[in-house]
Design a protein around this ligand. Sequence first.
Ligand code: MLC
Length: 442
Amino acid sequence: MVREGVKEGGGEEEERGNVSTTAMIGDVLKSGLDQAGLTVVDLDGIVAVPSLSGNHFMEAHYQATALGLFEQKQDKPLHCHTLDTGGAGPVSALLHGEQMISSGNSSSGMDVVAVIAADAVGSMTGKQFLNKADDVFFKLRDELKLPKDYVICPAIPHGYDRITEHQLLSSSSSSALTRDQLRMTVCLESFHAGLHPESLQSQKAASTANSKQSSSSSSSASYATLSEVRASPLVTNNISQMECARRADGAACLILASNQVLQERNLWKAGIPVVIGGGQASGPLYPPQNITDYTYMSCKQAMDQAYASAGDLSVNDIQYFGLYDCFPICLIRAIESCGLVDDGGGGEYVQKQYERLLVAIENGTVETLLTDPTFFPINTHGGLLCYGAPWEVPAMFNIVEAVDQLQGQSQGRVIDNCQRALVYGNGGVLSASAVAILEMSR
Ligand code: MLC
């Protein structure tokens, strides 16, 4: 498994939007196969998710053709599948790839499947990005002959704002979600992202330090303070710029292999993560103007299914959580849905974790806090808010970080003795949820 990582993009206005996702996929596919000790010839299947910047018909077929994979595979068929569940795509694709392998049988079955995703929304101008990102929601509004203000630009943040506002107004007084608790999700994720050298946040901090000719090392993590998040310009009534998925270019690839191929090729070793359960569920593409009866339960449904299919596991069996966080409300609801706290307790949980962090910083005991498995075992790479969000790719980073945690390779951010990880992807405006549970092979 490999993470190509994220880049902010940029360049002159007129050059923007021309970054090739095919080149990015070519790179990550090659590194992924190399890392697994396999080659293109071994591939039986490709599962891809669509990209916003590239916009190709039949993404998996497009990329396989553009990369010349069919020519390299003379004697074995290559199955190409494209899945579109929005940001849930990588987790849906992981579950689908696992099914492709487990439903295959002996010589005619599939043994090696690559899940691929790339996007270059960081290289688009804000206008190019919003034109494309908003389009489907405007079409839906017009199709349904709804009033103009059913969808306003930027459509996605406004959609999440409706859910945020509903939750802010409807939570019970004893554990009412507060505006600051939403902001604290950014502070916590930003703290984790500060420990990951490839996060967009760390890259930006390093380039600022370089441009100031700073000689200080990056060993002490920088993070966004609550006052900085409070001061961030508002995008909608309840969401500021720092509380939006951070646009980025990026790609990643997962290589899935059957037990048979791992054993035959002598690639099997203790310490390979195995998919032991999964769940998926759906909801409407865009929320109504006035949410009265909250129907966005797909995350909880997918989590419950995943725990049940993994052999009736519960939250206590999981050490690491890769939870989708395109906006703080998405993360709060995921924290509640995976069972880390009861429904309605997400804000309070985040606040307690944030207060623990402040105390540790004050007392100089951050190192000790980081070894405590109960300290925010979520998105140790920084999530969409701080690591970076290349449209439908980011749940790949949740999976890659989970694999790094399971294999003890997440230097500086290690969750001790991590045996099981849960990964969650969310698509649209809480419209699709996919959850997978990974376990270390023994
Ligand atoms: C942006 N900035 C951030 C940030 N987001 N800084 C810290 N943390 C964040 N999370 C910074 C940028 O680096 C830039 O800095 C400045 O803010 C302006 O950002 P921009 O994107 O260039 O600005 P603009 O073009 O005005 O657009 C603002 C925006 C847009 C909020 C409308 O960024 C946006 O729509 N973001 C949300 C992206 C989104 O919806 N993704 C999909 C999520 S839903 P500087 O220094 O360069 O000025 C999902 C599910 C699914 O994930 O299915 O896809």
